[in-house]
Structures are given as structure tokens and as C-alpha cells.
Design a binder for this molecule. Structure first.
Ligand SMILES: Nc1ncnc2c1ncn2[C@@H]1O[C@H](COP(=O)(O)OP(=O)(O)OP(=O)(O)O)[C@@H](O)[C@H]1O
Ligand SMILES: [Mg+2]
Length: 262
């Protein structure tokens, strides 16, 4: 009870309830089951799907307005041409961040990166595919840091390919590590993409190096010997498709998604 009350005051405020009711009315979710996680910035809930969603469960991520590190968020949003016109309040920034995570997920998902499929966003709520544990789909998949890679060689190759696909579509994850990768059966699913930046972000190169270093370091524990510079080259290999060029397509998709859910 104590925990529930805390959740209510911290994350489920009136405006969050309104969006949840909206999602229910639109057939996106049927009920909110329980919190799967309380992270630094957000709660993630498991939800039952509504009539419009064809999956066993939905994950609903709700960003906290008060406790989010919005200054830090601002650094990742500033200069992003996708978010030129946003206000300066905490709320504005957290809302923009939620939208940014949705758009990043959309771009990545369309490019074949292993991420949860995004369904809907509004204000500080984001609904996406629930990544269940392969052996027990009612529970969320476990983090790579806790269970390790089921097939290190293939899993490593998958993550390198995913980083490359992100890069080719003009994005760098920026917080990629075993803490933001879920293990679902024999495949890995990358999560937490709100901070992912476009390639022309001043820190993009540094973030990419850090992502590659994290991944190489983690897989080294499982006897995968890879050289950071080689992997970096591999990821950057082909010509970079600018995200701006995809903007139009992305927008249409986003509108479609919003239409579908209206
Ligand atoms: N789509 C999903 N399906 C299943 N579980 C998920 C999903 N998205 C997130 N989770 C769970 O919720 C946790 C927090 O999600 P995420 O990393 O996106 O948020 P965060 O606020 O950055 O949290 P943290 O600070 O713990 O990293 C994840 O570690 C994972 O266990
Ligand atoms: Mg995380």
C-alpha cells in the first residue's frame, strides 16, 4: 500500500490519468497491470493490450516530471532540428524527451534495429511493445547485465549490426551497455533510446565511441575478442544516411500511428 501511494503521488498524477484513460478509450491498453521498473527517470508498467493492439502485453513508460534530470535532457535535445520549438519548463523538456524517445524508436524499428515497437506517445507517456521473458512471457525480459548473452558470438554480431543500422539512419544510441539491453530468448533487444542523438550532435562521435567501448568490454568477458577501432569502422562503414532526409517519411509514419490510435 505504501508503495502504491508513493507511485500515485510521484508518477500517476491527474494528467497522467487522463492519458491512460485516453489510451483505454482508443483501444490501446485495457488495464495497467503493475510497475515493471522504477528507473532514474521513469516508471515502466506492464499493461494489457486493448482491441487495437495485437500483442500479449504493452509496456507503458511514464517519465517523471519532477525528478527527471531535465538539465541533462536538455543537452541531448538542444540543437536537434527535430525539436527546434520547445519551451523551457521542466514539463516541456520531459514531454519533448518522451517524443524524442518515440521518434528514435520509430526510426530504429523501421530500420530493423532490435528495439520494442513503438505504439503511441502523449505528454510524458510512451506505449511500446512489451519485451517478455522467452521462458515466462508474462514477466519482463531480463537485462543482459544479469543473465549474460545466450550466444555471445551471434549476440555480439547482432548488437554491432544494430549499431550500424542506427548509424546508417543517422542515430547514435548514446547510453548503450548491458544495462539497456534485454535478453529475449536467443536475441537481444535494445531499450532506453530517449537520449539517442543525430549524427550532427556535437557529442555524437564521443557517444558512439563510448557505446562501442561498452559493448566490446562487456562481450570480452564472454571470450569475444574484438578491437574497438575495428568495430567503430564497421559501424561507420557505409555512407551515412542523414536522418533529416528521412524526416518526411518518419513524420508520415508518426502521423499514421497517431491516426491509427485515434
Ligand atoms: N519495452 C519493455 N518491455 C519490457 N521491459 C521493459 C521495457 N522497457 C523497459 N523495460 C524495463 O524497465 C526498465 C527501465 O527502462 P528504461 O531503461 O527504458 O528506463 P530508465 O528510466 O532509463 O531506467 P534506468 O534508469 O533503470 O535505466 C528496464 O531496465 C527494463 O527492465
Ligand atoms: Mg535504462
Amino acid at each position: 500500500m505504501k508503495v502504491e501511494r508513493k507511485i500515485e503521488s510521484e508518477v500517476i498524477d491527474r494528467s497522467v490519468l487522463m492519458v491512460i484513460a485516453y489510451m483505454m478509450n482508443r483501444g490501446l491498453i485495457d488495464s495497467l497491470d503493475f510497475p515493471v521498473s522504477k528507473g532514474k527517470e521513469a516508471y515502466v508498467f506492464r499493461a494489457k493490450p486493448g482491441r487495437k493492439v495485437k500483442s500479449d502485453f504493452v509496456a507503458v513508460k511514464i517519465y517523471m516530471i519532477e525528478t527527471s534530470r531535465f538539465e541533462h535532457m536538455h543537452d541531448y535535445i538542444r540543437g536537434d532540428p527535430r525539436f527546434r520549438k520547445i519551451g523551457g519548463t521542466k514539463k516541456d523538456i520531459v514531454y519533448a524527451w518522451t517524443k524524442k524517445e518515440f521518434r528514435n524508436l520509430m526510426l530504429m524499428h523501421e530500420s530493423g534495429v532490435h528495439v520494442p515497437e513503438p505504439y503511441f506517445f502523449r505528454n510524458n507517456l510512451l506505449a511500446m511493445e512489451f519485451i517478455g521473458d522467452a521462458g515466462n512471457p508474462e514477466s519482463p525480459a531480463k537485462l543482459l547485465k544479469d543473465v549474460g548473452p545466450p550466444d555471445p558470438k551471434r549476440n555480439f554480431q547482432q548488437i554491432v549490426r544494430d549499431m550500424k543500422r542506427m548509424y546508417d539512419v543517422g542515430l547514435v544510441h548514446g547510453d548503450l551497455s548491458e544495462f539497456n539491453i534485454l535478453v529475449q530468448g536467443d536475441k537481444l533487444v535494445i531499450i532506453d533510446v530517449g537520449q539517442a542523438v543525430l549524427l550532427d550532435h556535437p557529442m555524437a562521435e564521443e557517444f558512439l565511441r563510448r557505446d562501442v567501448a561498452n559493448v566490446v568490454r562487456f562481450f570480452r568477458k564472454f571470450s569475444i575478442k574484438a578491437d574497438e577501432e575495428d568495430i567503430l569502422k564497421k559501424v561507420k562503414g557505409q555512407e551515412k544516411a542523414k536522418a533529416n532526409e528521412k524526416e518526411g517519411k518518419e513524420k508520415t509514419k508518426e502521423q499514421e500511428t497517431e491516426r491509427e490510435t485515434e
